[in-house]
Design a protein around this ligand. Sequence first.
Ligand code: UFG
Length: 328
Amino acid sequence: MSILVCGGAGYIGSHMVAHLLENNKDVVVLDNLQKGHKEALLGGKFYLGDLNDSEILDKVFSENSIEAVIDFAAYSLVGESMIDPLKYFQNNVGSTINLLKTMNKHKVKNIVFSSTAATYGEPEAVPINENDRTFPTNPYGESKLTVEKILKWCDLAYGIKYTALRYFNAAGAHISGKIGEDHNPESHLIPIILQVALGKREKIMIFGNDYPTKDGTCIRDYVHVSDLASAHLLALERLKKTGKSKIYNLGNGTGFSVKEVVDVAKKVTGVDIKVEKAPRRQGDPAILIASSLKAMEELNWNPKYNSLETIIDTAWRWHKNHKNGYSK
Ligand code: UFG
């Protein structure tokens, strides 16, 4: 029996594949390589294809004995989603409907779905609990929340059981140094800071210094990508055991401001990273911090790399050895 990882060549997906292989699981990967990298795959049986293509999905499910699906395949740029919402609904919602239809046809009943803190929008209070109000402030978050709702009805109608994992800020790289974060263009804070440390960029622009936070910059909860991967496998095991659909937050429960992240990165890299003030970025909430108590209690999730210094250190090790990402 195999686990199908959709979007397995992407940043979080590739760390998931690595974690499954480390746990001796049979892995099948489906990725269109639009954002993902073939080099990020440390193993598994690979299919090149898109979730919007029912034929390739049918082929994957027919040729393999799939016991469960972990779905990472999605567009995930908040800013881009504000400019082209239909692209996000078409791809993130449409392709998941296609996947669910195929799962139902082939009687595959378990899915772990990659959701996001962006489902909450501007939080009413922090730390954020799973029962708090969901009111996305961008189409990316709305597309993920829509899929969560679709999953609820698919459970009722077809008996497809799901776990939706709402990640906060995924960061870091695999401890082996073999795989890491490579987006093009890069928009995430930590890789951009590390590109400055490497001399690939002159400075980091800090988006907004007038937020209602201790130093005026946005606060986020950074969680190591391998800890996210371990939560997915725990969620899948629990899902198979209990047959109960659930939603969990995944974060470390500690918030760091953009300035604090820069300071930790300076310490880790030993480089004096140049910063410059810039206007706020549209759609950025001031503070996002997770309560992950539910995941810790019910999944026995115990994040291993829960200090920001370690998270940045693992990322730094990868970036130093992959100055141009996966490309040669
Ligand atoms: N930031 C800067 N300068 C940069 C890049 C980022 O100041 O060059 C700031 C952002 O304004 C934000 C923080 O650093 O305050 C973190 O930004 P990221 O782009 O790294 O991450 P986000 O918090 O915007 O986004 C993450 C995920 C999204 C998810 C979102 C949930 O990447 O997929 O959390 O809110 F939707």
